[in-house]
Design a protein around this ligand. Sequence first.
Ligand code: SF4
Length: 491
Amino acid sequence: MKTLSKSRFVSGIQCDKKIWFDFYRKDLKLPTDEQTQAVFDLGHRIGILAQNMFPNGKDATPEDYSNLKPSIENTQKWIYEKVETIYEATFSAKNAFCMLDILHRKDEEVWAIEVKNSTSVKDYHLTDASLQYFVMKNAGFPPDRFFMMHINNQYVKQGELTSEIFALEDITEEVIANQDWVAENLERLLKMLEINEEPEVKIGGHCSDPFGCDYAHHCWKHIPENSVFELYRGGNKGWNLYEQNILKIDEIPDDFSLTHFQNLQRNGLQNNESYIDEIAIKNIISPWEFPLYFFDFETIFPAIPVLDGTRPYQQVPFQYSLHILDEYGNLSHKEFLANPEDFSNGENPLKHLVQQLKKDFGSKGNIVTYNQSFEILRLKELAQRFPEDSDFLYSLVERVVDLLPVFQGGYCYFPAMKNSASIKAVLPAIAPDFTYENLEVQDGGAASSLFHQSIENGNFTDENLRENLLKYCERDTLAMVVIYQFLMENI
Ligand code: SF4
């Protein structure tokens, strides 16, 4: 009979076929991509940080994951010796095994603590904690209390990180209530895995809930490009159509209820039709006052805050680009990029940024953004942080306008946009030659992660990085100018 780890059990709860592939068709699994690896690395770092909050524990981490016996024996020995804290406490029972992040003795109680990098307890966390409790109980070591230790998003960093960056949530009742459910599902999955035959499972909402499945490229290979699942904000419509055997957007019958944007998608695919609602666009952009300030922030949002006065996952601006267009068509450019070392040397990079904003913005003219809520929120956060500059920062907020509604509202649509109104989807449709492809940094995610790495490094991680970040951000606001000018020429 097979033996299930905690993650395989969670896999099996998501989908029978997924766990079956995990055992019998590993060849189908794609190599871990950068984004997934970054999530694993973050989990590892948070785990180490959590351990530091329970210092001087004994570490039962297996040296060889194919032989857990020494870890299981060490864990048992240390429990009998009443060792206060054990990291990666390892247990096995009933054809399942688990490694618990932290086993801690608190007064007369034994606490099981599982660490997560989220800011709350999710349903799938309860699934894996319930399996852990089941294994521990059947191995003869039921903990008195089971805790989820997750990031406390109300924590504000001041100097050294403290244990308050974590919140401990007691989930003992929930995991105990789940024990019969765990036993039934464990037995069911183990039995199913005895049969050397791929289970029949159709694709469904479970393929992305709670996680995107590693085998989607295999199970979804019959789904064509421009499928009904790519409808803009499609919700259940994709599944509804799929059940009627309608796979492609351009096959959707006329009497099927679609939103305006979805209709544009279908017309775009059927007839290669674009759409411009001149009056609506004019109503949005004509009232804007010159000079126009095309403005964009780049931010980091680290789980573990790197700047005093900020919270976990808080969006912290480190860069902006600003193109200024006057009423005669003259264009100029301003920019700011923080020094990574200023995040740890007592300087305040945000103060430098605000000082630069004060130099770069004149007192009149609208500030053009692409998705205004993001820039407005950052400006308001800066105003809260620097009350002495709040009048100036709130005066900027009042001048913000937004290009996004032109596209999100379906007033301007090109088939090449497909189901997206993002700047990266709109730009190639309007100006195919204006591309990000010749840039070293090509998207905001990369800019954010490279700058975050530079902060940890104490300086830019590579000698060209400063230049490359500046080029990327400049391209973003220049793209907004190109889009604006296109709209003005077409209304
Ligand atoms: S893609 Fe969907 S059906 Fe296929 S294994 Fe994954 S969850 Fe199961």
